[in-house]
Design a binder for this molecule. Structure first.
Ligand code: SAH
Ligand code: SF4
Length: 349
């Protein structure tokens, strides 16, 4: 059988991995604990069993992977999937933690005007195995055991709450103690605001953090830059967010990309503060990352700081996210850009 016709081993829930008892635990440990990407590496499994497994299952989800190291230490990974489509992840090492930003789709159907992925349009949903393997491949390439990656954000390509089944299945394996054993407090799912998806997340029991891409405190401005805002009003989205908070007691992050003359007015900072007073939120201001042909300009740095100060003055905890990896197109919303030079092909997945 060719690799494409085999069952991805990562698509199976941990309890449903082949083998039983001790053998099954050994296999899970090779996959998620040691990050083995070849059957031959699993030296303490009986040879005959390994051969049987190799016949039926595949380990890697990528035909090719390229890595683009940024000057600031982050690395963008460009994955060519087995059907030739492409998606991306960004690895960001900090002195005290290793963070990974992964994708949920090829492209994105939401079409936000300020986002390069939105401009590219929708390719397809990623499978559970493709979502998970982004993490395993980065760990392997960086020489880490997979569980050394302690922070994960679903902020790459795509809208995770429009691919709920596969995203939740991948999260379940990431949080599982025999899987990647990630703490749910260190996993953040970022959404453009799909109410039914937010309800499902609240009910799922996964307990991961929620980040809402707000970008404007009023429907009118939101609709100018986020096409899906025509379908879901802020009131509906906020009702879902309140439900999420009531279920999980997790503080919600509001992401706000500052676009010059569009959503960076003083009245909008005041309206935002008014809206969210008393709710447990934290605002993450994102200076807009440019891409060629974009119909926007970012707010000047002084305006970013001013907007932050206004929110703080009104009691809204605020931070500014100066993006990493801008030089290799790895910053927020720059994925899907033409690839810069300096790539290293790091082989087949
Ligand atoms: N689809 C999800 C997750 C992926 S986008 C969402 O929209 O939340 C992750 C974050 O990057 C979002 O907050 C998005 O608004 C932001 N973003 C998109 N394009 C950007 C750009 N060019 N500059 C800065 N942030 C951007
Ligand atoms: Fe999709 Fe998020 Fe980009 Fe909007 S910002 S187009 S939802 S990836």
């Amino acid at each position: 059988m060719t690799s494409r016709n085999k069952t991805p081993l990562l698509s199976l829930p941990i309890e449903a991995l082949p083998g039983q008892g001790y053998r099954q635990r050994q296999l899970a440990e090779w996959l998620y604990g040691k990050g083995a990407r070849q059957w031959e590496a699993m030296t303490d499994l009986p040879k005959g069993w390994r051969a049987e497994l190799a016949e039926q299952y595949r380990l890697g989800e990528f035909a090719q992977v390229q890595a683009f190291p940024s000057r600031d230490g982050s690395v963008k990974y460009l994955y060519t999937l087995l059907d030739g489509q492409r998606t991306e992840a960004v690895y960001m090492p900090y002195p005290n933690r290793k963070t990974l930003c992964i994708s949920s789709m090829v492209g994105c159907p939401a079409g936000c005007t300020f986002c390069a992925t939105g401009r590219m349009g929708f390719g397809r949903n990623l499978t559970t195995a493709e979502i998970l393997d982004q993490v395993l491949f980065v760990a392997y390439h960086q020489g880490h055991a997979p569980r050394e990656i302690r922070n994960l954000v679903l902020m790459g390509m795509g809208e995770p709450l429009l691919n709920v089944d596969n995203v939740f299945a991948a999260l379940e394996r990431m949080l599982h103690p025999q899987g990647l054993a990630l703490s749910p407090r260190r996993v953040t799912l970022s959404t453009v605001g799909i109410p039914r998806g937010i309800y499902r997340l609240a009910e799922s029991g996964l307990g991961v953090r929620l980040a809402l891409s707000l970008h404007a405190p009023d429907d009118e401005t939101r609709q100018k830059i986020i096409p899906t805002a025509h379908r879901y009003s802020l009131a509906e989205i906020m009702e879902a967010v309140r439900h999420y908070y009531a279920q999980t007691k997790r503080r919600v992050t509001l992401e706000y990309t500052l676009l010059k003359g569009l959503n960076d007015h003083e009245w909008q900072a005041r309206a935002l503060a008014q809206h969210f007073k008393g709710l447990s939120v934290h605002v993450n201001l994102i200076p807009w990352n440019p891409w060629e042909g974009a119909p926007h300009q970012g707010s000047p740095r002084a305006q970013v700081l001013r907007f932050a100060a206004l929110l703080e003055q009104q009691g809204i905890p605020t931070s500014v996210r100066w993006s990493r990896g801008r030089d290799v197109g790895a910053a927020c919303g720059q994925l899907a850009l033409a690839q810069p030079g300096g790539a290293t092909a790091v082989g087949r997945g």
